[in-house]
Each structure stands twice: as C-alpha cells, then as structure tokens.
Design a protein around this ligand. Structure first.
Ligand code: ADP
Ligand code: GN1
Ligand code: MG
Length: 375
C-alpha cells in the first residue's frame, strides 16, 4: 500500500489507546466517503502489527459515544457468537474495539475529534469495483450472515446514529429544501436531475409506507452495505468481515440488499462522469441474490417480493443525496473535484434508468431463487 500524506498525528492519537505496542508509521487508507481512516503499523513484542485508526466524522455522526456503544454491543455479540460456535478465526471475522486508557471504545483528542482503533483485518480487502461473480456471491452472503447474527443481539434497541437515514421521502424533502435555499447557486444547472428525482416521488415512499403499515419488519441491519464495506479473503474470496458499522441500527433488509445491487451490479463505478452506457449486470445480480439467500434465510414474502425493486430505490435515494449535497455546496460527502457530487448523482440516476429497463428480468431472477426460502 503506498504511503500517502498523514493528515493527523497518528502517533499522538495512538497514545490515547491501550495499544501495548510502539508506533512505527501510518498512512491514510481506503476510499470511504465519511470517516478519516489510517492504517498504522506498530511493533508489538518484536512483531509488526497493523491497526486501523479512524477519526469518526462527528459532523455526520453527532453523538459518537452512542454510536460506539452500538458498535461495542454488536462486535462483542459477534465475537461471543463466533467463539461459541468454535469458529477457528473468530477475531478475523468481526471488528474489535481497542479500548482507550479510560476503557472506552473511543477517545477524544485536543481538537475535539473522536477516534477509535480496530485491529487491521489482514489477508482480505474491500472492493470499489468487483472482479467476479463469486465475489458478489460471497459479499452478499457475508452481509446476510451479519444480519442473521444481529438478529440475536440482546439488550434493547440500538441507538439511531442518524435519524431517518433511509427514509427516502424525507431525503426527497431535503432535496426540495436544498433547491429552495440554493445556497451554492447551483440549482439552475441541475434542472434535468431535479426533474428526474421528482418524477419518481411515488417510488420513494413504496417501502417506507410498507414499513409504517407493519408489512415489512424492522430488523437490526447494516444500512451501508456498499461493496467496499465487506472485506473478502485474498485467497478464497470468502466474505471475511463486515466493516463500517456506524449505521448498524434498526432498519429494513431491503436497503441493505438494495445497496449491494447499487454497488455490485453496475458496469461502471459510482462516480464515472460519463455514465451514458451504464448497464445492469444481470449475472452479478443473480450472484447477489444467490449469495444473500444462502444466508438470509429469514426473509418474509413481502421482503422477497421487493428485493429487485430495492436496488432501484436506494440508487434513487443515494442519487438524491448526492444531488442535495451538491446543491448545499458539498457539505457531507468527501469530494475530490468540483462537480464530484453532481457526477455521482448523474451516474446514480443513469443506473436507476438501467434498473428500470431490467426490472422484469430481475424480478424473474428473484422468483427463480426465492421459491424455497419463503418463511
Ligand atoms: P467510511 O465510513 O469512511 O467508508 P470505513 O470504516 O468503511 O470508513 O473505512 C474505510 C476503508 O478502510 C474501508 O473501505 C476498508 O478498505 C478499510 N478498513 C476499515 N476498517 C478496516 C479493518 N479493520 N481492517 C482492514 N481494512 C479496514
Ligand atoms: C457513504 O461511508 P461510506 O463511504 O461507506 C454513506 C452511504 C452512501 C455512500 C455512497 C454514513 O458510505 O450512506 O450510500 O457513501 N455513508 C453515510 O457511496 O452517509
Ligand atoms: Mg465505508
């Protein structure tokens, strides 16, 4: 991994934690849009050991302590369950929080930044773009396993780390507010995208209406299942560890499965500035369905009936969020160029169109594979 500029003093941050190891060096790591992630190497009794040192984005997550309470509960439950099942590499299959000297799951630096440390999961990586259908199968299977494990979590409802995170109609309302404020003076240049979003107002409320009516159950879900949030084994492609647990909280499995479609099935990456030819890879979609259904054996008929639609729904939602952020002057998602969020939005909306064209074929795939799993 090439060393890049260290933007924070990770050596100093590490002293806040009970590392029992000597800091050697660190570099920034990964391509997440929210947190600042570093890979740090330490000397631990003569061995080089790597850790992930991460600054929690407290503009996005306003109550980092409550968020870390969720993550501690979920990861402890995961470890206990894996160990009880006699899993040979339980510690590689879940994130584990390294405590601060005060025994907390995060520490605050002198600038008011919140930090946490996880052991680096070695021999595995997350993919911005998948290479094979087997990877899609394994990633979806791992997210299904994660949901199954989360279903047995005891001790009351998890905190909502971002309220209404996947309430798509409220995301559309936020777009409306951004248009009327037009704080960056960009709305006039986005007429086509704005029209595209509001032409799909009915789609936005389809799942939230079913949730409100009790037809789709609330479950503990991940809520951010983009493909680079699961690490796949370098040798076997097996889904090793689900990461980025900041939004693990009550929600619907449909947004989880939908985000797998959004990130695994398109023929171009999320921010491709020229998305005109973007298509749905039906082979990838089928691999996702098979992988997910191999582990998520608890789905109801109504959930299964919306699996294909879920991809369109969250792609529309994420496109709306990118557009909203572009209109607000790029306050939320990290960007690398001026119109990055607009490119992302256009790409997502082009993929929504591609999904609309393939919806019948996708429904057929789900029907073929879901027949035996209805609970
Ligand atoms: P963000 O919310 O910014 O997406 P993530 O928690 O997903 O932050 O971390 C960013 C990237 O860092 C991930 O996509 C992954 O490549 C890498 N990463 C995070 N945690 C670990 C870990 N424990 N072991 C190995 N790599 C990790
Ligand atoms: C963000 O954190 P990351 O990069 O895995 C975002 C998701 C979006 C995604 C779009 C907390 O995910 O909701 O779908 O970008 N996470 C948060 O790529 O907003
Ligand atoms: Mg991430």
């Amino acid at each position: 991994m090439p060393a890049t500029t260290v933007l924070h003093d990770i050596r100093a941050i590490a002293t806040l934690f009970d590392m029992r190891a000597d800091f050697i060096h660190a570099h920034s790591h990964g391509s997440g849009h929210i947190n600042d992630t570093y890979c740090a190497t330490f000397d631990q009794a003569g061995q080089r050991v790597r850790y992930v040192v991460q600054r929690i984005n407290h503009h996005v997550f306003k109550q980092p302590e409550l968020l870390m309470e969720n993550i501690s509960r979920v990861t402890r439950h995961a470890l206990a369950t894996l160990e009880a099942d006699g899993h040979p590499e339980a510690h590689r299959r879940t994130l584990t929080c390294i405590p601060s000297h005060e025994g907390n799951a995060c520490a605050v630096d002198a600038d008011g930044n919140y930090w946490r440390v996880y052991p680096f999961i070695e021999g595995a990586r997350g993919y911005d773009e998948l290479e094979t259908n087997e990877q899609a199968y394994q990633a979806a299977r791992a997210f299904g396993e994660f949901q199954k494990l989360a279903a047995t979590l005891q001790g009351g409802r998890l905190h909502e780390t971002i309220s209404d995170f996947h309430h798509t109609p409220k995301r559309l309302q936020a777009l409306k507010a951004a248009i009327s404020q037009d704080s960056a003076g960009r709305a006039a240049g986005c007429a086509a995208e704005i029209e595209f979003a509001f032409a799909r107002t009915a789609d936005c409320s389809r799942v939230t209406d079913l949730i409100a009516a009790g037809a789709i159950p609330e479950r503990v879900v991940h809520n951010d299942t983009k493909l680079n949030n699961v690490l796949l084994d370098d040798a076997t492609a097996e889904g090793v560890c689900v990461i980025d647990l900041d939004t693990t909280m009550p929600g619907s499995v449909l947004y989880d499965f939908g985000d797998m479609i959004r990130t695994a099935a398109p023929t171009s990456r999320e921010d491709d500035p020229d998305p005109a030819g973007i298509r749905v890879r039906l082979d990838r979609f089928e691999a996702l369905v098979k992988g997910y259904l191999s582990s998520a054996t608890f789905l109801t008929e109504c959930e299964l009936a919306h699996l294909a639609f879920s991809g369109k729904l969250i792609t529309l939602e994420v496109g709306i969020r990118f557009l909203t952020d572009y209109l607000n002057g790029d306050e939320y998602f990290k960007i690398k160029r001026r119109a990055h969020n607009l490119d992302r939005c256009r790409n997502q909306f082009a993929f929504v169109k591609a999904l609309e064209r393939e919806m019948a074929a996708m429904e057929d795939v789900v029907e073929r594979h879901a027949l035996q799993t209805i609970s």
